[in-house]
Design a protein around this ligand. Structure first.
Ligand SMILES: Cc1cc2nc3c(=O)[nH]c(=O)nc-3n(C[C@H](O)[C@H](O)[C@H](O)COP(=O)(O)O)c2cc1C
Ligand code: SF4
Ligand code: SF4
Length: 264
């Protein structure tokens, strides 16, 4: 079995899941979900994984675009991991339907609960809470691996019915279209030293640096990489975030996030 695990990540949680899965599967390689080249996406691997964060109880736009460009191959086995902060809701059901519309079967879909990077909800959880989540996720990876090795078919994991209806079916469709322009709430405060890291970690190329200061360009994916990785904690989102603890996965390095290095 050869496996390509395509990942999308803002703060490293999904990359960590993708890497750890790759380390327990045979002949598996994590690759970023890049959309920089036009045209259909394909891989020679016989198993394809998609690992990504849940955004607003549904799929991030990048994941939707990536799946739309995937070439359907009946011979391949497809699986997904929806990495979230406790509310996966109907994200994997949405993915299964999207893939089905392309003639692709989602063989299995796993819900991974990791620390929240959505800073408007509050700062990072304390280290003890983070470690508990990492331990649980590591156990789940061990349980998932044999299922993936034998290409098991199962219904995608999902949240409780109320969450799926109120959040995924009602709130997601009205919120998601506004995401690109939600960067209006970002600004850099006086701590900014003009290092440019925010622009280098932005998967959307959404940050220009006129005069060495970040300027958001209105095509945001709301991954929060810019805010969470800024070494000076200079990026704020609205009025509350200056007092909130930043988050990124402790085993993921900033260089893993640099978009320019992923392309080479
Ligand atoms: C814009 C945005 C929306 C989010 N919405 C949800 C959500 O609906 N449910 C949830 O459980 N977590 C939500 N989160 C939290 C992330 O899914 C979670 O922290 C995830 O582990 C981040 O993965 P990453 O580090 O790979 O980006 C959201 C995060 C962001 C930035
Ligand atoms: S990463 Fe932070 S300090 Fe560096 S340019 Fe961006 S806002 Fe300024
Ligand atoms: S501007 Fe910030 S939040 Fe928006 S896509 Fe880029 S890194 Fe993510």
């Amino acid at each position: 079995m050869s496996v390509t695990i395509f990942y999308y990540t803002g703060t490293g949680n999904s990359l960590w899941v993708a890497r750890n899965l790759a380390s327990v599967l045979k002949d598996a390689e994590p690759k970023p979900m890049l959309l920089d080249k036009p045209g259909p996406l394909n891989t020679a691997s016989d198993t394809v994984g998609l690992v990504f964060p849940v955004h607003m109880w549904g799929l991030p736009a990048r994941v939707i675009e990536f799946v739309k460009r995937l070439e359907a191959d009946k011979g391949k086995y497809y699986f997904a991991c929806a990495v979230n902060a406790g509310q996966v809701a109907a994200t994997l059901v949405q993915l299964k339907k999207l893939m089905a519309s392309k003639g692709i079967t989602l063989g299995s879909g796993f819900d991974f609960v990791m620390p929240s990077n959505y800073i408007p909800w509050g700062g990072a959880p304390d280290t003890e809470k983070q470690n508990k989540l990492f331990e649980k996720a590591a156990e789940k990876i061990k349980r998932a691996a044999p299922l993936l090795e034998r290409k098991a078919l199962s219904a995608p994991e999902k949240g409780p019915l109320w969450q799926n209806i109120i959040f995924s079916a009602m709130l997601y469709p009205v919120s998601a279209p506004h995401i690109p322009k939600m960067d209006k709430s970002f600004f850099a405060d006086d701590k900014c030293n003009g290092c440019g890291i925010c622009a280098r970690v932005c998967p959307a190329g959404n940050i220009a640096l006129p005069g060495g200061r970040p300027a958001w360009q209105g095509r945001c994916e709301q991954c929060f990489a810019c805010l969470q990785w800024c070494p000076k904690e200079a990026i704020q989102y609205g009025k509350k975030t200056s007092g909130y603890k930043r988050y990124h996965h402790p085993e993921i390095r900033i260089s893993d996030m640099f978009v320019d290095e992923k392309k080479v």
